[in-house]
Design a protein around this ligand. Structure first.
Ligand SMILES: Cc1cc2nc3c(=O)[nH]c(=O)nc-3n(C[C@H](O)[C@H](O)[C@H](O)COP(=O)(O)OP(=O)(O)OC[C@H]3O[C@@H](n4cnc5c(N)ncnc54)[C@H](O)[C@@H]3O)c2cc1C
Length: 507
C-alpha cells in the first residue's frame, strides 16, 4: 500500500518561522515532503534572470539548514510542477499540497490554477494560506486596511520543534548560477541571499543605518548604505512582513528611553514603506491584467513604442547622453539595485522622453532588479509612466535630478568614467561643451560619450500633447473614479481623483 504524504511546497516564502503552511502541515500526523521546484517554463519568462536565481540559491541553502535542524530535509528538483506531483502521486498518496498564496505574474496564476484543477480531479486538498497583508478575493478596498491590520496584530507562527518527514530520496543538488536554464546574461554583483543574511542586515539597519534613512533615501551615493536593503529578502520571503513589523515595534519599545526623535521618524518612514509594499501587491492580486494593461484603459491608446528600438538600446546600455540617467542605469546593471527615486527617474525618462512602452522597459528592469516583485513592479511602472489615472503625473527633468542628487558629479564620474575630467559646469549637461572644451577634457561628444539622444524639453512638449488627448476623452474621469474605487489608497491624505479639467490644468 502506498504511504500518504503531504507536500509542503515552498515558493517565495523561504523560511520556517511565520510559515502558516508548515504549521498547518505539522498539525496532522501525515508525513511531510518539503519541496522547492525549479520550473523550466517559469525561468524562460522575459522577466526572469539568473540574478534572481543567484539570490534564491543562497536562500535555499539556509532553508535546508533550518529544515535539517527540524529533523527534516528539502527536496529540490528541476521539473514542471504537475510533472513532479504526478510522479510523487505514483509512489505515494498525496493527501494535500500546502503553500502560501502567491501574487505573481500571469504565468504563476495559470500554473496555480492548473495545479488546483489537477488536485480537484485527484481528490487532493490544495491548501493555500495568506502571506502577509495581501488579501485574496478582497471584496472592496475599503476593508483592506482593517483586515491587514488584524493579520499583522496576530502572533508570529513559531517553527515546530521537529517535522514529521516522509522517507524519500531527497535531492539537494542546486544548479549553479551558470546553468543555461537561468539565461546567459552577465549579472556582475548580486546581493547575498538567505535568512541569516536577512537577519544580519535588518539588525544593522535598525541599530545603525536607519539613522540616515530619510536623509539619503534618494541620494545615489549613500542610499545603498542607509536604506534597509530588505526588498529582495521580502520578495523571497526569508523574512515575513509581519516579522519585520514586530521586530521594529519590539526595538522601539525596548529602546524608547534613549532613541531620539529623528531616529524614530526614520524608522516610522521605513515601516510605512513596508505597508506600501502590501498596498501595491494588492493591486496585482485584485487585477492581474495590470501586468499587461494600463490601470486606466484609455492610456492603452497612447502611441508609445512597443518594440525594442535604438533609443531602448541606448537607455539599456547607459548611453543616452544624459550623464545622470546613464550613471543610474550602469550602476543598476552592475549591482542589481538602485533606490526608489532613481528607479522612478529611469522609468520616467524611458516612458516620457523616449516614449517607450512601460511593458518593454518593465521586462528589462525586472531582470535587473534582484528584488523583482511583480505586484510592486507593475504598479510602480504604471505610476511612473502616468497610466494609472489616479496619480499625479511626474515627469522628471534629468538635469534637475542630477544637480539635486549629485551636485558635484561624484556618482556620475564613478559610473561614467568617460566624463571624469568634466567640472561641475558641464558634468550635468556635457552637450553644452564647445569643441575646444571637449578636447581639453578628453571627451569628444559622439566619439567618447554620446550626444544626448533626445532633447528633454522638446520630447516633453510632444508628450504633454499626447497625454492631453487622453485626458480629454469623454469617459476619462469616470474611468479614473473606477480605478480609484478598485485600487486607491483610503488614507485621508492620499491623492484623490481629480476631474479632467483639474488634471489638465495641473499638467
Ligand atoms: C519603477 C519601479 C519599480 C520597482 N520595482 C520594485 C520591485 O520589483 N520590488 C521591490 O521590492 N520594490 C520595487 N520598487 C520599490 C522600491 O524602489 C524598492 O522597494 C526599494 O528601493 C528597495 O530598497 P530597500 O529594501 O532598501 O527599501 P527601503 O527604503 O528600506 O524600504 C523598505 C521596504 O519597503 C518596501 N518599499 C519601499 N519603497 C516602496 C515603494 N515605493 N513601493 C512599494 N514598496 C516599497 C520594500 O519592500 C522595501 O524593502 C520599485 C520602484 C519603482 C519606481
Amino acid at each position: 500500500m502506498k504511504a500518504t504524504v503531504q507536500i509542503l511546497w515552498f515558493k517565495k516564502d523561504l523560511r520556517v518561522i511565520d510559515h502558516i503552511p508548515l504549521v498547518k502541515a505539522c498539525e496532522n500526523k501525515t508525513p511531510i515532503l518539503p519541496v522547492y521546484l525549479i520550473e523550466p517554463s517559469f525561468w524562460k519568462q522575459p522577466f526572469c534572470s539568473k540574478r534572481h536565481w543567484s539570490f534564491l540559491r543562497d536562500c535555499l541553502i539556509d532553508l535546508q539548514k533550518d529544515l535539517i535542524n527540524l529533523k527534516s530535509n528539502l527536496h529540490v528538483e528541476i521539473t514542471e510542477s504537475l510533472t513532479f506531483f504526478n510522479k510523487i502521486n505514483k509512489t505515494f498518496n498525496i493527501s494535500s499540497i500546502l503553500s502560501h498564496e502567491e501574487t505573481g505574474n500571469k504565468w504563476v496564476l495559470s500554473r496555480n490554477q492548473k495545479v488546483q484543477k489537477w488536485c480537484k480531479v485527484k481528490s487532493i486538498d490544495f491548501c493555500e494560506y495568506p502571506n502577509n497583508g495581501v488579501i485574496r478575493n478582497l471584496e472592496t478596498r475599503d476593508k483592506w486596511s482593517q483586515i491587514k491590520k488584524t493579520r499583522f496584530n496576530s502572533p508570529i507562527q513559531n517553527s515546530p520543534g521537529a517535522i514529521n518527514t516522509i522517507n524519500y530520496q531527497f535531492e539537494f543538488d542546486l544548479p549553479s548560477i551558470n546553468n543555461p536554464i537561468f539565461g546567459n546574461e552577465e549579472i556582475f554583483k548580486v546581493q547575498k541571499g538567505g535568512r541569516k543574511e536577512a537577519l544580519k542586515i535588518f539588525d544593522i539597519f535598525l541599530k545603525t543605518n536607519s539613522a540616515n534613512y530619510l536623509k539619503y533615501i534618494s541620494g545615489p551615493n549613500n542610499s545603498d548604505q542607509s536604506c534597509s536593503r530588505l526588498s529582495t529578502h521580502l520578495t523571497y520571503g526569508t523574512l515575513s512582513v509581519k516579522e519585520v513589523l514586530k521586530k521594529v515595534n519590539f526595538y522601539l519599545d525596548q529602546n524608547s528611553s534613549y532613541l531620539d526623535k529623528s531616529k524614530i521618524k526614520n524608522i516610522k518612514a521605513f515601516t510605512s514603506r513596508i505597508s506600501w509594499r502590501c498596498h501595491f501587491i494588492q493591486k496585482l492580486e485584485d487585477q492581474p491584467s495590470i501586468e499587461f494593461k494600463s490601470m486606466h484603459p484609455n492610456f492603452d491608446a497612447l502611441t508609445r513604442y512597443q518594440s525594442i528600438n535604438a533609443h531602448f538600446r541606448s537607455w539599456e546600455k547607459g548611453l543616452t547622453g544624459y550623464p545622470f540617467i546613464d550613471a543610474c542605469m550602469r550602476s543598476l546593471t552592475q549591482n542589481g539595485w538602485i533606490n526608489f527615486r532613481m528607479r522612478a527617474m529611469l522609468v520616467s525618462f524611458a516612458s516620457y522622453d523616449l516614449w517607450l512602452d512601460w511593458k518593454i522597459t518593465g521586462n528589462l528592469l525586472a531582470k535587473l532588479f534582484t528584488d523583482y516583485e511583480p505586484g510592486i513592479h507593475y504598479s510602480q511602472l504604471q505610476m511612473q509612466s502616468g497610466v494609472t489615472g489616479i496619480n499625479t503625473f511626474r515627469i522628471y527633468n534629468p538635469v534637475k535630478q542630477s544637480i539635486e542628487h549629485d551636485k558635484n558629479g561624484i556618482f556620475i564620474k564613478k559610473w561614467v568614467p568617460e566624463l571624469k575630467n568634466l567640472d561641475c559646469s558641464f558634468i550635468h549637461e556635457p552637450w553644452k561643451m564647445d569643441l575646444t572644451t571637449q578636447k581639453n577634457n578628453n571627451c569628444i561628444l559622439g566619439k567618447d560619450y554620446p550626444n544626448r539622444i533626445v532633447i528633454h524639453e522638446e520630447a516633453i512638449k510632444f508628450v504633454r500633447n499626447e497625454i492631453k488627448k487622453i485626458l480629454e476623452t469623454d469617459n476619462y474621469y469616470e474611468m479614473s473614479k473606477k480605478v480609484f474605487k478598485k485600487h486607491g489608497s483610503r488614507k485621508r491624505n492620499s491623492i484623490k481623483v481629480t476631474n479632467n479639467t483639474k488634471q489638465l490644468s495641473l499638467f
